[in-house]
Design a protein around this ligand. Structure first.
Ligand code: A2P
Length: 410
């Protein structure tokens, strides 16, 4: 018998017994002489009590069988079930965000949400629906770029959502063909127009590669070796109010040091780079933390190329099983726990929702995952070095840029 049943049973018996007896005037301080009908009355009362008990116990058993307590439902989560989903509402601030950061603070004081919807490779006629699904789920950070060629559809979805502009953090990026200072403002204006907004929360130099005007792959050596003229133009656009924060993307440590060696009015707020189980970049992460630079993880699941492999990594699966969350949630949570913004891409509403729910992983499991991620040679999905015919690897080389000592950093 369950503890509840034990509790209910005597309560019902006592209540009924005592009250019935009192009502019938048969429970007095003075003992009464036996009366002819007394035996009959006692029998009736006994039967009544037993019937009452049977009814209460029966209804309790039926209730406990068909209507399980909520806590029981939560503990009987099937393997791989999304633990964010059954909790009230679907917002991670109810159940899942407990102690992972929902936002980081940028040098400007602006708050950047830790999980964004990535829209790179989201096709036309898919991306708008994905943005709407994300905003409905609770995402307030969309990571776009001029070169993704989907800013118009993203902008329409933002408008359609009816969510006030200031509640959504929007990022776009400067294409490699617009690094010439005289072209930068045009590129920003074009993104603003397409997205249907009058300012961007964050604008990044998309690649540390500038190409010559009117070409797609002829490298402009000067602006590539020295991005400072491009950066100065971005600083002007911050002052004009068209961009609130500026940063870079795909910069390695030598290139970051090369840029930040200049006397900058605004230092890069973020560096968006490929970070995944296959390419965890622990050195860049450490350097960035040491220098107060926030990293953003693109292709966090390994992109379309490696996502299946990622989700099948034994360590990731083990953690997912242990915590009753999905492998994708393990990876996305791991990124935020490492202290980066994470930009999972999906156009599928249920995966969009899945990816939004992050969970603090136990320290020992994070260490295990970090170790496993560092135990194999790095594998990148994105490396345009060949496309630009570079005589060096864009990520592993300084490309001949002038790199001062760390001490010389501004
Ligand atoms: P889809 O858009 O159909 O959901 P990344 O974020 O590393 O760039 O990975 C994107 C790839 O991973 C896309 O192919 C995307 O497909 C897929 N993906 C995104 N979220 C999940 C998920 N939770 N489970 C499985 N695949 C996912």
């Amino acid at each position: 018998m369950s503890p509840q049943a034990q509790y209910y049973q005597p309560l019902v018996q006592n209540d009924v017994d005592v009250e019935q007896l009192k009502l019938k005037g048969e429970l007095n301080d003075e003992p009464k002489a036996p009366q002819p009908q007394a035996t009959f009355t006692w029998k009736r009362l006994l039967l009544l009590v037993l019937a009452t008990v049977a009814v209460f116990q029966g209804s309790y058993l039926a209730t406990s069988y068909f209507v399980r307590p909520r806590s029981d439902v939560h503990h009987r989560r099937p393997q791989g079930h999304r633990i964010g989903t059954p909790c009230a509402g679907s917002h991670r601030n109810v159940s899942s965000v407990a102690s992972l950061p929902t936002h980081y603070t940028l040098p400007s004081g602006d708050k950047i949400p830790s999980v964004a919807l990535g829209v790179w490779q989201a096709k036309p006629n898919e991306v708008g629906q994905a943005v709407l699904a994300a905003l409905k789920t609770g995402y307030r950070h969309i990571d776009d770029a001029w070169s993704y060629q989907n800013e118009e559809e993203v902008g329409q979805a933002l408008k359609e959502s009816g969510i006030p502009r200031e509640e959504v953090f929007i990022t776009s990026k400067l294409g490699a063909q617009f690094h010439a200072p005289e072209d930068v403002e045009w590129a920003v204006d074009d993104s603003l127009k397409k997205l249907g907004v009058d300012y961007l929360d964050l604008y990044l130099i998309h690649f540390p590669i500038a190409v010559k005007k009117g070409t797609v792959d002829q490298v402009d050596e000067d602006l590539t070796a020295n991005p400072y003229p491009t950066w100065k133009k971005l600083e002007e656009l911050v002052d004009k109010g068209k961009i609130r924060n500026i940063g870079v993307s795909n910069f390695n440590i030598p290139r970051l040091r090369n840029l930040t060696a200049n006397s900058l009015k605004y230092k890069p707020a973020v560096n968006q780079v490929e970070l995944s189980y296959w390419n965890p970049q622990p050195d860049l992460l450490k350097w960035s933390k040491d220098h107060g630079l926030l990293l953003e993880a693109y292709s966090p699941l390994g992109s379309g190329t490696l996502v299946k492999e990622t989700l099948n990594v034994p360590e990731i699966q083990q953690i997912a099983r242990a915590l009753s969350i999905t492998p994708a949630q393990v990876i996305i949570s791991w990124h935020v726990q490492r202290g980066t913004v994470v930009l999972p891409k999906s156009v599928n509403p249920s995966r969009i929702e899945e990816n939004y729910h992050i969970f603090k992983l136990p320290k020992d499991l994070v260490e295990k995952l970090e170790k496993a991620a560092a135990a194999h040679p790095p594998r990148r999905v994105v490396n345009p070095s060949k496309r630009y015919n570079l005589p060096y690897d864009l990520y592993d080389d300084d490309g001949g840029v002038i790199v001062p000592d760390d001490d010389d950093l501004a």
